[in-house]
Design a protein around this ligand. Sequence first.
Ligand SMILES: Cc1cc2nc3c(=O)[nH]c(=O)nc-3n(C[C@H](O)[C@H](O)[C@H](O)COP(=O)(O)OP(=O)(O)OC[C@H]3O[C@@H](n4cnc5c(N)ncnc54)[C@H](O)[C@@H]3O)c2cc1C
Length: 230
Amino acid sequence: MLSVTAETPTASRLRLAVHDWAGHDAGQHVDVRLTAPDGYTAQRSYSIASPPQAPHLDLVVERLEDGEVSGYLTEELRGGDLLELRGPIGGYFVWPATAAGPVQLIAGGSGVVPFLSMLGHHRATRSETQVRLLYSARSEADLIGTGELAGAGISTTVTLTRAAPPGWEGLRRRVDVTMLAEHTLAPERSPLVFVCGPTSFVETVAAGLLSLGHDQSRIKTERFGATGGP
Ligand SMILES: Cc1cc2nc3c(=O)[nH]c(=O)nc-3n(C[C@H](O)[C@H](O)[C@H](O)COP(=O)(O)OP(=O)(O)OC[C@H]3O[C@@H](n4cnc5c(N)ncnc54)[C@H](O)[C@@H]3O)c2cc1C
């Protein structure tokens, strides 16, 4: 572990130097395994936030109330600690810069993490692919990756669901079909759509996209649902 820094009041960015890292594709994740002195183990998946071009591996972990592993990763870990990782994992929820067609990213909460890797990859490869991001978060303070998003040079729409600062000009409600119709790429453009976030968010968005006429085969989803157990 190189460093642990606060990303938001509830999320931390873990910067890792990984021995023998063979590289990853934008959108892949790793499994983090913790082993207690008595041999008890717990394993959870975390998306890679850094682009393939970065010299280190970044994870952004959101601390969940009563969460077993996220609490440990965000509050107990320190620079210099060792972590057991497996990966990179996943060949489906990835965006290679060579993919054809425009890209629509739709994130709920920490679901934006794999998109930070995709946006960094987009930038590093000087890709000319059109990318749009629709990002739903509870409040402005909960926005993850604001530095990367500001420099990504893409069209971003943010909606805040619980609290907005005075003068906020962005959207202020949960993602619904009207918002999808107004703030995402139209189905006629056949965008490749990536949806990531809590299970209920992903299901609502995917159903909305289908009702708007998007082709199911162009919609890729990843759920950050509760895993629980070892
Ligand atoms: C492919 C993939 C990528 C992911 N990427 C990320 C990422 O980039 N960043 C990220 O933050 N997360 C990510 N996740 C989610 C992550 O894997 C974990 O699920 C998350 O961190 C919660 O783990 P935890 O051990 O803290 O919570 P768990 O202990 O698994 O608990 C999960 C939830 O259940 C609740 N809970 C636990 N015990 C109880 C109980 N007894 N009664 C009632 N409720 C309970 C907790 O409050 C918590 O909200 C990803 C998941 C997947 C599948």
